[in-house]
Design a protein around this ligand. Structure first.
Ligand SMILES: *[C@@H]1O[C@H](CO)[C@@H](O)[C@H](O)[C@H]1NC(C)=O
Ligand SMILES: *[C@@H]1O[C@H](CO)[C@@H](O)[C@H](O)[C@H]1NC(C)=O
Ligand SMILES: *[C@@H]1O[C@H](CO)[C@@H](O)[C@H](O)[C@H]1NC(C)=O
Ligand SMILES: *[C@@H]1O[C@H](CO)[C@@H](O)[C@H](O)[C@H]1NC(C)=O
Length: 785
């Protein structure tokens, strides 16, 4: 409504203008000066009779750059925000500059020396002489500034451009410049970096005098002198406004600014951002801002869908039948159907009003459950009832908090208060399969009132947040020209066809081609590398599994046991040698090798000894003697480990202490049967990275193990870390074919207090499931007193 009113007024104003000019015209012929002015700007508007066309007349941006930056900073600025200016952008450089990339003015008689005072003043004069009557606003910008043009437009349209304005981030010089800038105590200037805005009137008053300003420079600061010139001849000072620091944002960290995390309050609030020294950061920032815009547009789209749904309900339509609804006879609400280009999306889903009850369960089993977020996340759905909050959820929560705080603070200025986020005390979240994610957050906030009765208090607020699905988008990427093994596999079908086939045909049949994109040959040799020190009984069990799964079945595997000969386990040592020898006799074609050493045990070193035995291009499996496995797990290793590409870090299922389990379990577990895996018997060992399937050459390229680490532990985490930092992909997923059988953890008294605590914690968590422990506690309650 408001917009239409404005448009009406505008049109009226122009009409009156035309009538007036005709009156003047007929009255006298001595007014051709006025007539020329009238012709240039307002009449153009009426030609197209479209408020949008005035976009083109709002703003002229003059960017000061230098010859050496034309192909870098200037190009980046022009490629990004420069294309979206509601008006015109031009770049100003020294005499004889040339660029094929940007609209350039090579200012005669100007060089690229610093400070660029002459460039700045000459640019001002150029803007005045060429464009003063075409644009309402003029922005003097540097080539390292990013401008959110849509927001700038919004700001400028709210200010009367007929008045003399000089808008920027107000500066008075640093403390050591005090008295050196030749400014009186009430005088200021607009700091150049984040951009300086002048209305047409300001330019009209100041620009004719630039020669005189240039002849009377007091300092070497370009922006200070510009401010002086504008103050003297246009009679305006830079706007005194605290808010300018926020909307014309300057980051203090120099060249590092905007190279890191952009998800910051400052970035979200600003209209101009400065300084963006590296062109790649300019593009990156632009993408980020576009991302924000897409989010906003999606939000708007959801709101419009809701409007449609609500209006149609008022008209008596059921929300589920909107697809086919008519507005009038033969005037369908949605002119195009699913699958067409102009399809608007499913209003019955997208238009559902926000409410915690929009999903209604029909059945007991359909009731959605909430998970509790606190310092950790408590979940009934996971093997680990309490786990740390993963990075993805943290990131999601961060996004939500930023958005919630922006909403809460939307009217902060008017109300003279600001509310800051402090902490999430607790929260609940659930995934609603049809509409999206629901969240309830208990927020700890700091309320600061800075007007009237000033105060600062902590407050708690509940936020109910819904993240609604926005519909499915498919993007088709032509992979034919990219390198990698996908090339031949996707040649025949466009990607979206493949995707659709795979989504909608029988999964079991169609999944096979995806998996076989990589050359999987089931007979890839797996080299087992098993460090061992004592523990013969456990080793016997391991070898039983190995015999069943590998030797009897003629699997392509080799086994390297790195055996430690230690004083206190000489008997185990001998028995191990004998057992392996027996098997070697029984399966003469198999490769079973023992590498023994008398060094002090270190898992990293032991594995390295095994690695040395494996051929150059071999696939290796680092395994522990506590693990039992089945033949499916071997297939998964072959499939998930790809030379130069992927490394498989399976998450193994760890059995609890058998004392708390069904006694027969440890026998049934060998070989593994799927029904072993449930909440009571064990848990997924998310913190374990020791079992790895990796190609030898990849391992070598990663730098192998840190051989300085002794005993158990850390060498695996270090390797995982290295892989994360390398370009290789990690396949990390629970493998139901790998089971870690319980063995007693000994927490050495020689460990320091913290390590011992950690060890005891691990020990306690492998004891038994919460439910079993609870039952035992209840049964033997008296003993615990
Ligand atoms: C701005 O500077 C501060 C410190 O000088 C830095 O921590 C922050 O990440 C910077 N912000 C951006 C968006 O680069
Ligand atoms: C594939 O890439 C090469 C150079 O990388 C290019 O010359 C060729 O035109 C590209 N072909 C297609 C079909 O895009
Ligand atoms: C797939 O494996 C076979 C047999 O090992 C080999 O001959 C063939 O070249 C491989 N193909 C690709 C694309 O690597
Ligand atoms: C142990 O497991 C077996 C096989 O699943 C089952 O039949 C038996 O009832 C279980 N015993 C106990 C005490 O849970």
């Amino acid at each position: 409504m408001a917009r239409r009113n404005r448009l009406l007024k505008l049109t009226l104003g122009i009409l009156i203008g035309i009538i007036a000019s005709q009156l003047i015209d007929s009255d006298s012929s001595g007014f051709c000066h006025v007539e020329k002015n009238m012709e240039v700007s307002p009449l153009k508007l009426i030609d197209q009779e479209n408020a949008r066309s005035s976009n083109k007349n709002l703003l002229f941006v003059g960017v000061m750059t230098a010859a050496k930056y034309l192909d870098t900073r200037a190009k980046a600025a022009y490629d990004t925000w420069g294309k979206e200016v509601p008006g015109k952008v031009m770049f100003f450089s020294s005499e004889n500059s040339y660029s094929a990339h940007v609209p350039l003015v090579a200012l005669p008689g100007v060089d690229d020396s610093y400070p660029p005072q002459k460039k700045s003043f000459m640019m001002l004069r150029y803007m005045y002489e060429e464009f003063a009557d075409q644009y309402e606003w003029f922005l003097r910008a540097d080539d390292d500034v990013y401008i959110r043009t849509d927001r700038l437009e919004e700001l400028l349209r709210s200010v009367d451009s007929r008045k003399p304005w000089f808008i920027g981030q107000t500066g008075r010089g640093t403390t050591d410049e005090l008295g050196l800038l030749a400014l009186d105590s009430d005088e200021n200037f607009c700091m150049g970096g984040p951009g300086v805005l002048m209305s047409r009137e300001t330019l009209r008053r100041a620009a004719p005098h630039v020669d005189r300003c240039l002849a009377h420079l007091y300092t070497t600061h370009e922006d200070v002198e510009l401010g002086r010139c504008v103050r003297r001849y246009a009679g305006v000072a830079c706007t005194w406004s605290y808010e300018m620091q926020v909307i014309l944002y300057h980051n203090q960290s120099g060249p590092a600014a905007f190279s890191g995390d952009l998800k910051q309050k400052e970035v979200h609030k600003a209209i101009t951002l400065h300084p963006v020294k590296q062109p790649q950061n300019m593009y990156r920032l632009h993408n980020y801002v576009k991302g924000l815009k897409i989010q906003q547009d999606q939000q708007d789209s959801i709101l419009l869908h809701r409007d449609i749904a609500m209006s149609m309900q008022e008209l008596g339509y059921r929300i589920s039948s909107l697809d086919t609804a008519d507005l009038a006879e033969n005037v369908p609400l949605f002119p195009v159907g699913k699958g067409s280009d102009g399809y608007l999306g499913d209003t019955s889903i997208l238009g559902a009003p926000s409410s915690l009850n929009r999903y209604t369960p029909r059945d007991l089993k359909d009731v959605l459950e909430w998970e509790l977020i606190s310092k950790t996340i408590y979940s009934h759905r996971d093997g680990n009832p309490r786990r740390r909050i993963g990075t993805s959820m943290k990131e999601g929560l961060n996004d939500i908090i930023i958005e919630v705080m922006e909403l809460i603070n939307a009217y902060s200025n008017q109300r003279g208060r600001i509310i800051d986020f402090k902490d999430i005390l607790y929260g609940y979240w659930r995934l609603d399969p049809i509409y999206g994610v629901d969240l309830i957050l208990d927020l700890l906030l700091v309320y600061r009132k800075y007007r009237g009765h000033k105060m600062t208090v902590q407050v708690r607020r509940h936020a109910y947040v819904q993240q609604t699905y926005t519909g499915i988008f498919v993007k088709e990427i032509d992979t034919r020209n990219t390198t990698g093994s996908l090339v031949s596999a996707t040649e025949s079908l466009p990607v979206h066809k493949k995707l659709v086939n795979q989504l909608f045909s029988k999964i079991s049949e169609k999944l096979q081609p995806i998996l076989s994109i990589h050359n999987i040959t089931t007979d890839t040799n797996i080299n087992f590398i098993l460090p061992l020190s004592g523990r013969f009984n456990t080793f016997r069990r391991f070898m039983k599994t190995y015999e069943e799964v590998c030797l009897k079945e003629m699997e392509a595997t080799k086994l390297y046991v790195i055996l430690y000969k230690e004083e206190n386990s000489l008997e185990d040592f001998q028995k191990t040698l004998d057992l392996v020898e027996d098997l070697r006799q029984k399966y003469p074609s198999s490769v079973l090798r023992i590498i023994w050493t008398e060094e002090k045990f270190a898992r990293g070193k032991a594995l390295q000894l095994g690695v040395d035995e494996v051929e150059e291009d071999g696939l290796m499996l680092f395994i522990d003697v506590d693990i039992v496995f089945d033949k499916h797990s071997l297939q998964r290793m072959r499939r998930n480990t790809v030379l130069n590409k992927k490394i498989y870090f399976p998450i193994v299922y760890s059995l609890y202490n058998p004392k708390f389990l069904n006694e027969t379990l440890s026998e049934r577990v060998n070989p593994v049967t799927p029904d072993v895996i449930n909440e009571d018997n064990g848990f997924w060992r998310q913190f374990g990275f020791g079992i790895v399937s990796i190609y030898r050459s990849d391992f070598k390229n990663l730098g192998g193990f840190d051989l300085m680490i002794t005993g158990w532990g850390y060498e695996d985490v270090t390797l995982f870390d290295n892989v994360v930092r390398s370009g290789l992909k990690i396949v990390r997923t629970p493998d139901p074919g790998l089971v870690h059988v319980f063995h007693q953890v000994k927490c050495d008294d020689s460990l320091d207090a913290e390590q011992k605590n950690m060890c005891l914690g691990t020990k306690a968590s492998t004891l038994g499931s919460l439910r079993n422990l609870q039952n035992i506690f209840l049964k033997y309650k008296d003993l615990f007193r």
